[in-house]
Design a protein around this ligand. Structure first.
Ligand code: DGY
Length: 320
């Protein structure tokens, strides 16, 4: 008999099909985050949950679902799950690393290029019928090639962003909890430095740290005021790594030139101030949103769950 799995969302059709080959599926939320009471009801007597980065899986939920043994996150970041609470209850937590590295790095570049070269602003202008032809001073942006890129958090995604920067002939600085090995630094042409130095020198500061209490508001008033007035902040990590109000203030007062944001503090809420600024490009958390990547993420979820139900250690276990 197939094992029962509760899903908070309906995933891509191919994923649902492949999951359905292994498990009996119960989807609670469709395209929307499910109501808490519906999720709790469905989880009664169930061992396994597939959730996404948009759902908070907190200690109260775990307590209310005593049979829950494995939470399989459809995403690499797992700050939506209280892993310490899961540890205390012996619940396994898994994620989907590696497969979304390139998609997220690509989107980081989409943000960097579009905000520096004013691509989205230009698109808006044409659609509003405000383009009156080529002119020498019209909509000048900033070069990306040959500039200094500051990468904060040099894990898989940070490294993939650095690899792309080599093609743009950029100088690459990075700050990370763990310093890379010398040969990796050479391969990526990346130079380690402290955060203050990175902020002072980078033309583009790109964030790639996981979210945790340590990285909460890592970029606030003080850090933003250390950036160049001509610099751009790019965030494809997690919204709360940046103090959003401090960022709004820095943008309004011209302390930095602009920002490219894929993530926000209270998604899907995006402050009006950000929505009104021309020098900001906003993307609705699409870092991993390609057909290929989401399918690959679904396959990692299957690998984790099939291993668990065979009595093996899931390959992408987050907790010890
Ligand atoms: C992740 O997997 O952490 C991403 O943010 C989801 O797109």
């Amino acid at each position: 008999m197939k094992k029962q799995i509760v899903l908070t969302r309906r995933l891509q059709e191919e994923c649902m099909y492949e999951l359905g080959q292994h498990f009996e599926l119960e989807v609670v939320g469709g395209d929307e985050t499910p109501k808490r009471e519906d999720l709790l009801r469905s989880l009664q007597g169930k061992e396994a949950l597939i959730c996404t980065v948009a759902e908070k899986i907190d200690p109260e939920l775990m307590e209310a679902c005593p049979d829950l043994r494995i939470i399989s996150n459809y995403g690499v970041g797992f700050d939506n799950i209280d892993v310490s609470a899961a540890n205390r209850r012996g619940i396994l937590v898994t994620n989907t690393p590696d497969v979304l590295t390139d998609a997220t790095a690509d989107l980081t570049w989409a943000l960097m290029l579009s905000v520096a070269r004013r691509a989205v602003e230009g698109d808006r202008l044409i659609r509003n019928g405000q383009w009156h032809g080529w002119a020498p001073h019209f909509m000048l942006g900033w070069d990306v090639s040959g500039k200094t890129l500051g990468i904060v958090g040099m894990g898989r995604i940070g490294q993939a962003v650095a690899r792309r920067a080599i093609g743009f002939n950029m100088r690459i600085l990075y700050y990370s909890r763990t310093r890379l090995k010398e040969e990796q630094e050479k391969e990526l042409r990346a130079q380690y430095c402290d955060l203050d130095e990175l902020l002072a020198q980078a033309d583009f500061v790109s964030l790639h740290t996981p979210y945790s209490p340590e990285t909460h508001h890592l970029i606030g008033h003080e850090q933003l005021s250390k950036m160049k007035r001509t610099a751009f902040l790019i965030n494809t990590a997690r919204g709360a790594v940046v103090d959003e109000q401090a960022l709004i203030h820095a943008l309004q007062s011209g302390k930095i030139a602009g920002a490219g944001l894929d993530v926000f503090e209270q998604e899907p809420y995006v402050p009006d101030e950000l929505r009104q600024m021309e020098q900001v490009v906003l993307i609705p958390h699409l870092g991993s949103a390609t057909r290929e990547t989401r399918l690959a993420m679904g396959r990692k979820v299957i690998e984790n769950l099939t291993a668990y139900f065979r009595g093996e250690k899931p390959p992408y276990l987050v907790n010890p």
